[in-house]
Design a protein around this ligand. Structure first.
Ligand code: NAD
Ligand code: UDP
Length: 324
C-alpha cells in the first residue's frame, strides 16, 4: 500500500514539540491539511509560529490522555505526544506513563474509527542499556522495569504492544518507528539533552558537563532526516518496528569536543555523575529502513550541528516558558 500526503488530512499529537513541529511543517509542504493536538507540557506554540496564518493548519490544546474526536475525515495519525528528554520524563514520570498508555489508547481509537494509518514514534530506549550492538529491530532489549528511566521506556514498550494489538485485533493500519537521538533547531535550550546543553554552555563560555567519563556513545540524527523517515513510513505499508537514526556513532566526550570547536569556544569539559541506567552504547542498524522505506539520513553531524548552533545563536534571547 502506498498513500499520498498531498490532499490528505493528518492529525499530529505532540505537534508543538521539537520533532512534531518540524513534522507539521513538512506535512503542510507536502500538501496535507494538519490538525495538531498538544497539551504544551514540554512543547510551545512558538514552535508553530510559521503556521499562524495557515488556514490548512489548526492547533488544539488538548491532553490526549482525555478522550477526544476530530471532525471530518482523517487519513494519517502521527502519535508523538510524550515527554522525550530524560530531564522531562524524570520530572513527569506519571504524565509520561499516562501519555504512553491512556494517550496511545485514545489516539489509536481515533485511527481505528477514521480508518487512518497510525504512526507511533517509539524510541531506541525500548532497547534499554543494550547488550547487542548495533541495535537491530529483532532485539528485545535490556530495560530495568523499575529504574528511573522505566517511566519512559516501559510507557513506550506498552505503546508498542498496544499498537501491535490494535493491528492484530482491530485491523488498524499501523507502523511502529523507533527513533534514535534526534537533534536540531527548536530543541529547548534547557531540556537537559546533550546537544542543546553543550551548545548553550559552549556559547556562554561555561564548562561542558560531560556525564561519567564521556565514553558512552550516541548516534545523532538531524531532525530533517528523522522527519523524512517518519513521512516515508506513513506512505509505505510496512508495520515495523523500524529503526530511524543516523548510524554515525561517537562518544559523548567527542560530541562535547566537536560542539565546543564548532562554537569557537574555549570552554573546558567538566565531568559530572552519570545518570542511573544511562545506556552505554547506542547505534541503530538501519538496514530495514533502507530496504522498506528507501530511507537513509543525508545530513552529516558537522553540517547538522552548524545549522543547530546557528539557530540557537539566532534565538538566544527568547525566554523559555515557565511551565516547562
Ligand atoms: P518534545 O518534548 O519536544 O515533544 C513532545 C510533545 O508532546 C510536546 O509538545 C508536549 O507538550 C506534547 N505532549 C506530551 N504529553 C502530551 C499529552 N498527554 N497530550 C498532548 N500532548 C502532549 O519531544 P520530541 O523530542 O519532539 O519527541 C517527540 C516524540 O518523538 C516523542 O514521542 C518521543 O518519545 C519521540 N522520540 C524523540 C527522540 C528525540 O531524540 N527527539 C528520540 C526517540 C523518540
Ligand atoms: N549527557 C551529558 N551531559 C549533559 C547531558 C547529557 O554528558 O549535560 C549525556 C547523557 O548522560 C547521555 C548522553 O549525553 O549519556 C545523551 O543524553 P541525552 O539526554 O541527550 O539523550 P539520551 O540518549 O540519554 O536520551
Amino acid at each position: 500500500m502506498t498513500a499520498e500526503l498531498a490532499g490528505a488530512r493528518a492529525v499530529v499529537t505532540g505537534g508543538a514539540g521539537f520533532v512534531g513541529s518540524h513534522l507539521c511543517d513538512r506535512l503542510r509542504e507536502a500538501g496535507a491539511d494538519v490538525v495538531c493536538l498538544d497539551n504544551l507540557l514540554t512543547g510551545s506554540p512558538r514552535n508553530l509560529a510559521d503556521r499562524r496564518e495557515d488556514a490548512r493548519f489548526s492547533f488544539r490544546r488538548h491532553d490526549v490522555c482525555e478522550p477526544f474526536d476530530v471532525d471530518g475525515p482523517v487519513d494519517f495519525v502521527f502519535h508523538l505526544a510524550s515527554p522525550a528528554s530524560p530531564q522531562d520524563y524524570l520530572r513527569h514520570p506519571l504524565a509520561t506513563l499516562r501519555a504512553g498508555a491512556f494517550g496511545t489508547f485514545n489516539v489509536l481509537e481515533l485511527a481505528r474509527r477514521k480508518h487512518a494509518r497510525f504512526v507511533l514514534t517509539s524510541t531506541s530506549e525500548v532497547y534499554g542499556d543494550p547488550l547487542i550492538h548495533p541495535q537491530i529491530e529483532s532485539y528485545w532489549g535490556n530495560v530495568n522495569p523499575v529504574g528511573p528511566r522505566s517511566a519512559y521506556d516501559e510507557a513506550k514498550r506498552f505503546a508498542e504492544a498496544l499498537t501491535a494489538a490494535y493491528r492484530s485485533s482491530q485491523g488498524t493500519d499501523t507502523v511502529i518507528l523507533r527513533l534514535f537521538n534526534t537533534y536540531g533547531p527548536r530543541m529547548r535550550a534547557r531540556d537537559g539533552r546533550a546537544v542543546p546543553t553543550f551548545i548553550v554552555q559552549a556559547r556562554a563560555g561555561e564548562p561542558l558537563t560531560v556525564a561519567g567519563d564521556g565514553s558512552q556513545t550516541r548516534s545523532l540524527c538531524y531532525v530533517d532526516d528523522t522527519v523524512a523517515g517518519i513521512l516515508a513510513s506513513a506512505r509505505a505499508g510496512y508495520p515495523g518496528p523500524i529503526n530511524l537514526g543516523n548510524p554515525a556513532e561517537l562518544t559523548i566526550a567527542e560530541l562535547a569536543g566537536v560542539i565546543r570547536e564548532l562554537c569557537g569556544s574555549a570552554s573546558p569539559l567538566t565531568f559530572i555523575d552519570r545518570p542511573v541506567d544511562d545506556p552505554g552504547l547506542r547505534r541503530p542498524d538501519i538496514s530495514l529502513a533502507g530496504a522498506v522505506l528507501d530511507w537513509k539520513p543525508s545530513v552529516d553531524l558537522e553540517k547538522g550541528l552548524r545549522m543547530t548552533i546557528d539557530w540557537f545563536a539566532a534565538h538566544a534571547e527568547e525566554p523559555e516558558a515557565d511551565h516547562r
